[in-house]
Design a protein around this ligand. Structure first.
Ligand SMILES: Cc1cc2nc3c(=O)[nH]c(=O)nc-3n(C[C@H](O)[C@H](O)[C@H](O)COP(=O)(O)OP(=O)(O)OC[C@H]3O[C@@H](n4cnc5c(N)ncnc54)[C@H](O)[C@@H]3O)c2cc1C
Length: 508
């Protein structure tokens, strides 16, 4: 079923103007919710299509998801589900993913399969990692309490009395059980359980956590890991959107426009202006005509990285805030290769998502691991008899901006990725029908993200939840949504931050 495009009577009539900088999932979710609640909303995006890291592009009949390929939060009660219900619009068609990931450790030909069925996953991990069940049970217990807490929409981190009230109202006795673990990392807990030297378990956790938290098991905050490592199982789960990831932003845009909001693509916001201590306006540049103008609004929502927000404020950025952002640990970039292939390249019964670690030497990330998403017949991404294979790895952004020969470096990474993928897929000049790659420079160009950093702020103890960056910035009427804020990266995470901002704006 398509989106309902009949205008819906706004719940509130509200003459307040809101400007949203960026039509990523965070910005679009905030914009659509506010338009539905009667605000007058204008969204500017510098790109040619909405969706940011969760958008798509087309080549030779293939549709490639730019970044995000799987979605959490579509199950009843999940964040996307809740938002589509509030917007009175059908969620995009999606199928649950089973298995969420097949993880291949170095030298192993049988993967660790992260099943959707909790019992099947329990049996799998007991077989793969003997003696580790008490560790997983702790994660499960913490996940249950943290998930219920997050579903009650706490504001984290709180920045005023209203935020604190929302936070305390979300607390239940179960939440208090998680408190003693606020300062723990996964690495510490592995040692408490005597699992510190279990190399296979440690490596599996490193691989999975890097995907979700940017950092490895040693550094990832335990409470964050409890969610990241449990969300793939029922009754939650990960989903594959029919058609492409673009379906998510398309639905949000449809709701926004139905409710009178505007989306202006190829419009760059160059500055945020502050007068008498509060945000009042932005300077917009129309990329095609070069025309610039000032757009005044009651609220400004920035769906950009925290680093970009500081740049947009220029000399009006509060010093303490700029310093905090500057001192954040370096963020990662991504190298992504997009292949359109003949189905002969895909092994039989290929799982939709795979993770490979190629050797145990050195930290996981640069050059030794790949996360791979493979389309399946009929999912709308490839013509009959063909498929898309998208593989990504972490990379140091600075290396791409300061290299002597960018083209040569990109070609080298591409060839290395194809060589690694060829150990599993049947990749030859005949089976590869299209290939291209994205680097931090590509992400900087198409998503506007500072130096092409992706994935938000790493979920270390010092930067997650209560210690993370707030949606309420130090400048009144200026809000930050997206993966720099709690609860972190992913389309589900940024949707929570959008919902938080909507509630905060309504409460002003
Ligand atoms: C390779 C990769 C794989 C990933 N896989 C997954 C996955 O499988 N599942 C998942 O849930 N998440 C995944 N993620 C993470 C997820 O895509 C992001 O966390 C999420 O989409 C970020 O959304 P956002 O709203 O914070 O902003 P963004 O997606 O960064 O969007 C910001 C938008 O703002 C616009 N913009 C920026 N600056 C300006 C400006 N000055 N003026 C106007 N417009 C501006 C940009 O053009 C962009 O459209 C992945 C990310 C990457 C890079």
């Amino acid at each position: 079923m398509g989106p309902s495009l009949t205008p819906v009577q706004s719940k509130h009539s509200n003459s307040q103007d809101v400007v949203v900088i960026g039509a990523g999932i965070g910005g679009l979710t905030a914009a659509a919710l506010l338009a539905h609640r009667g605000y007058c909303v204008r969204v500017y995006d510098q790109a040619i299509a909405p969706g940011g890291c969760a958008s798509t592009f087309q080549r030779r009949g293939f549709t490639f998801d730019v970044g995000a390929t799987q979605v959490a939060g579509l199950e009843p009660g999940g964040i996307h589900y809740r938002i589509f219900r509030e917007l009175e619009i059908e969620p995009p068609a999606a199928t649950p993913i089973d298995q969420a990931c097949a993880v291949y450790l170095p030298g192993e030909t049988t993967p660790i399969r992260v099943w959707r069925d909790p019992q099947r996953w329990k049996a799998e991990r007991q077989r793969q990692f003997p003696g580790s069940e008490p560790f997983w049970q702790l994660l499960n217990d913490l996940f249950r309490c943290s998930w219920a807490f997050q579903a009650r929409d706490p504001v984290l981190p709180p920045r005023n009395l209203w935020d604190l009230l929302q936070l305390t109202q979300a607390v239940r006795p179960g939440t208090l059980l998680t408190l003693p673990h606020t300062f723990s990392t996964v690495g510490q807990v592995l040692r408490w359980y005597g699992l510190g030297h279990d190399q296979r378990l440690r490596t599996f956790l490193d691989l999975q956590l890097k995907l979700y938290s940017q950092v490895d098991a040693e550094e990832t905050a335990l409470l964050y890991a409890a969610t990241a490592l449990s969300v793939a199982q029922e009754p939650q789960g990960l989903f594959h959107l029919q058609g492409s990831m673009q379906a998510l932003s398309d639905r949000l845009v449809a709701a926004l426009q139905r409710d009178g909001g505007e989306l202006k693509l190829r419009h760059t916001v160059e500055r945020v202006f502050v007068e008498k201590g509060r945000a009042v306006a932005v300077r917009v540049r129309h990329q095609k005509t070069g025309e610039t103008w000032i757009d005044r609004a009651d609220h400004i929502i920035a769906n950009v990285t925290a680093q970009n927000l500081v740049q947009l404020l220029a000399d009006q950025a509060p010093q303490g805030y700029s310093r905090r952002v500057e001192k954040l640990p370096p963020a990662s970039g991504a190298f992504v290769i997009y292949l359109g292939v003949d189905e002969a390249a895909i092994p039989a019964n290929c799982p939709p998502h795979l993770q490979f670690l190629y050797d145990y030497d050195g930290p996981i990330g640069e050059n030794n691991s790949l996360f791979v998403s493979v389309s399946h017949p009929g999912d709308g991404r490839a013509p009959a008899g063909k498929a898309t294979v998208i593989a990504s790895s972490f990379t140091n952004v600075n290396a791409w901006w300061h290299c002597a020969d960018y083209r040569a470096m990109k070609e080298r990474y591409t060839q290395e990725a194809i060589a690694k993928l060829s150990t599993f897929f049947h990749l030859t000049p005949t089976t590869i029908l299209h290939q291209e790659a994205a680097t931090p420079r590509t992400f900087a160009k198409y998503t506007g993200r500072d130096r092409g950093i992706v994935g938000g702020v790493g979920q270390r103890v010092s930067t997650f939840g209560p210690f993370g960056l707030a949606t309420r910035t130090p400048i009144p009427h200026l809000w930050l949504v997206g993966d720099s804020t709690h609860p972190g990266e992913g389309t589900a995470g940024v949707s929570y931050s959008a919902l938080t901002v909507v509630k905060q704006i309504e409460a002003t």
